[in-house]
Design a protein around this ligand. Structure first.
Ligand code: IMP
Ligand code: MG
Length: 182
């Protein structure tokens, strides 16, 4: 285990089982449509989950990415959402967008992006998140697919970072308090 990690909250095995369950449900729900399914990952935290999820969905998918303003070094939300990297395609009326997110905290990122992509003309917009912290909501937002709900703790690994570190850990863990004090 990484030296900065106090404890593993979600093991690799649990992550694998969770991704398979989500992919199966999504494959069933989007089967038999004339529209395209676009998995839209939110950079950078979603990349590991995106890779696992797309391999396990049994339907044809396209992928794309958007980037929104991040937390920086802080572990608290800034409250506002800025689009840093947008998608540009002219066939959105024929596209079912499934936004792929690592974790939902305040809910601001996804509630903003759902409205934005709907206004852009997507055929449908839904959301899948690996992790959810429902107790942290600042806006009313309910994701369509949730991997696991977790309590109000700051976690890293499986794509999630602290100050750009720890994203490559294959599990989700809690950092030792002294790491924040460095
Ligand atoms: P929201 O807009 O407050 O829901 O923010 C969601 C984003 O905050 C996620 O995509 C993460 O980038 C970041 N975030 C929230 N909680 C954590 C955490 O525990 N560890 C790492 N990043 C987090
Ligand atoms: Mg993120």
């Amino acid at each position: 285990m990484n030296n900065d990690i106090e404890k593993i909250l979600i093991s690799e095995q649990t992550i694998n089982d969770t991704v398979k369950r989500l992919a199966k449900q999504i494959s069933e729900d989007y089967a038999g449509r004339d529209t395209k399914l676009l998995l839209l990952g939110i950079l950078k935290g979603s990349v590991v989950f995106m890779g696992d999820l797309m391999k396990n969905i049994t339907l044809p998918v396209e992928i794309d990415f958007m980037k929104v303003s991040s937390y920086g070094r802080s572990t608290k939300s800034s409250g506002s959402v800025n689009i840093v990297l947008d998608i540009h395609r002219n066939d959105l009326a024929n596209v079912d967008v499934l936004i792929v997110e690592d974790i939902i905290d305040s809910g601001r990122t996804l509630s903003y992006l759902c409205e934005y992509l709907t206004l852009k003309g997507a055929h449908s917009v839904k959301t899948v998140t690996m992790l959810d912290k429902p107790s942290r909501r600042e806006v009313d937002f309910t994701p369509d697919y949730v991997g696991l709900q977790i309590p109000d703790v700051f976690v890293v690994g499986y794509g999630l970072d602290y100050a750009e570190g720890y994203r490559a850990l294959p599990y989700v863990g809690v950092l030792k308090p002294e790491v924040y004090e460095k």
